[in-house]
Design a protein around this ligand. Structure first.
Ligand code: ZN
Length: 254
């Protein structure tokens, strides 16, 4: 699949304003999709998008607003100190503590997503990595880490640094007893990796509940990871979901 894909025209921008708006629209759509897939758990969860101009600032959801209600105009811009510089709502302390450190540690990352989704947090309680038991799960083969610790709600940037360290150069990290965190080179990618990782957790839980799943052998898992786990494959997989959610909920673009 990957070799026939090319970077779409919509990812090339004439101005920073245009690129910023693009990221914010994808981000608002990402929240609506998190809601649609049932990833909300009260006030938990955040997706961030790096600002294309102020590279140490990121756009994020306002604390306490339901994912399913977020519009482009609701998004907050937060600086590297945790101050809200655009928007009049507060930012979740955990969102700043985790995402500021992930964005700082990974200059290649445009976006990061985290939520307390049911299969992700169930799997996280096992304190182990996902196995390559399906084609889709191979997107994470040798490409996710485990934060093998739990010390309460993340309110300290030092804890965010440790999470960023566990993420390393991967596209995702399992936070033990907590949930999943994914990153991407576009908002599209980060949101898609979260959705498909949650479903890979679900698939492994379902398969394991019947019998011991058969792993795809390492050579094939590596080959498949290159096919379904590339940056472009992640971006491309998100596009039909974006089109669907904009058609269903066009107010997200307001
Ligand atoms: Zn959390």
């Amino acid at each position: 699949m990957a070799e026939v894909l090319q970077l779409p025209k919509s990812m090339k921008f004439d101005s920073l304003d245009e690129e910023r708006l693009y990221r914010k629209q994808r981000l608002a759509a990402g929240f609506r999709l998190f809601s649609k897939f049932g990833f909300d758990e009260g006030i938990a969860g955040h997706i961030t998008a790096r600002d294309p101009e102020r590279l140490d600032h990121f756009w994020v959801n306002p604390f306490g607003t339901h994912f399913g209600h977020i519009r482009v105009s609701d998004l907050l811009l937060v600086n590297d100190k945790g101050d809200v510089v655009v928007g009049d709502k507060p930012v979740n302390t955990a969102a700043f503590a985790i995402h500021s450190q992930v964005h700082a540690a990974r200059p290649d990352v445009i976006a990061a997503g985290h939520a307390h989704s049911i299969y992700g947090k169930s799997w996280s309680a096992l304190g182990r990595l996902l196995d390559p038991i399906t084609q889709d799960a191979c997107a994470f083969y040798q490409d996710h880490g485990l934060f093998d610790d739990y010390t309460g709600v993340v309110i300290d940037v030092e804890e965010g640094k440790r999470i960023a360290h566990a993420l390393g150069e991967y596209k995702a990290v399992i936070l033990r007893n907590h949930g999943l965190l994914t990153v991407g080179h576009s908002v599209d990618e980060a949101v898609w990796w979260f959705i498909t990782m949650e479903r890979s957790c679900q698939a492994q839980i379902l398969a394991s509940s019947v019998a011991t799943p058969v792993n795809i052998d390492p050579e094939m898992a590596k080959l498949t990871a290159g096919q379904v786990g590339s940056n472009l494959a992640g971006y491309f997989s998100f596009q039909p979901l974006f089109d669907r959610i904009v058609r269903e909920q066009p107010d997200l673009l307001d």
